[in-house]
Design a protein around this ligand. Sequence first.
Ligand code: SF4
Ligand code: SF4
Length: 304
Amino acid sequence: MDRHRLTQQIKAEAKSLGFDVCGIAKAEAVSKETITYYSHWTCDGKHGTMQYLERNCDKRFDPTVLVNGCRSIIVVALNYAPRQGIEGISRYAIGEDYHKIVKDKLYKLLGTIDAVIPTKGRAFCDSAPVLEKYWAVMAGIGWIGRNRQLTIPGKGSYFFLGELLIDRELEYDTPFTSNHCGNCNKCIENCPTGALCKESFDARKCLSYLTIEHRGELPENIGGKMGKCFYGCDRCLEACPHNRFATPSSTPQFQPSDELKQMKWKDWHSLTEEKYHKLFSRSAVERCGYRQLMRNISIMKTEN
Ligand code: SF4
Ligand code: SF4
């Protein structure tokens, strides 16, 4: 099969698997500017205690080191916006854990490609040193907004990204070189902690990092800035005018369970460990742990 037909077939199959967008980039070392930005970001300590971001830079900066013999990166985006939000929890974490859902779909895609022409590959979703947003830009899917999220024109930024690295050459999309943020600063203005600025992002100040990734004590003054966010924070996404175009996800696993929908605000303060595991056994929230979730809930300065 020729490259063009194979590429078209892969994109059609990605769509039928439920992915909203699929783009393809040539596997090669990332740009020098990206390496410089990333290296300065970690050297400045803006990644906080996420030390894994300092490791495996040879693989992070070159996917052909991560997956030997890889030639193409198929990048997919999957809408996660739930039909109904749950107060306090970031939209992406309301449903089932996305890592497995996205990777399972990508391995199905690999199976389809392999059935057409023998192909080896590996699938990733926030699970390896892959610069996901960079590759989404290179695959022509969207641009990285000032909120540091991959933003897809006409669709917004409530999307999980996944990558399938394969040893076949394909037709490549044109990288998305324009930035549609224009003069907008809404995400920066609406960030309660000053984690965002035009040039960079400081994870150490970000509520998503503090409530999910950061172990140990939270900064003293953070409770008043959390509002009702006890797991993640969506304020820089909610402020983005491009998310006016967001539509609910058609993936049933990303909708909240009936039990989660029944939780009232006061119930969170008396959440038991047993109930926590019942609510979140299949969710990304399980990764944070009961104690940490209760740490977040207890520090919030809300009256109701
Ligand atoms: S997630 Fe919240 S705290 Fe973090 S950058 Fe966005 S608005 Fe700021
Ligand atoms: S809120 Fe404005 S500046 Fe921020 S990502 Fe969206 S368009 Fe860009």
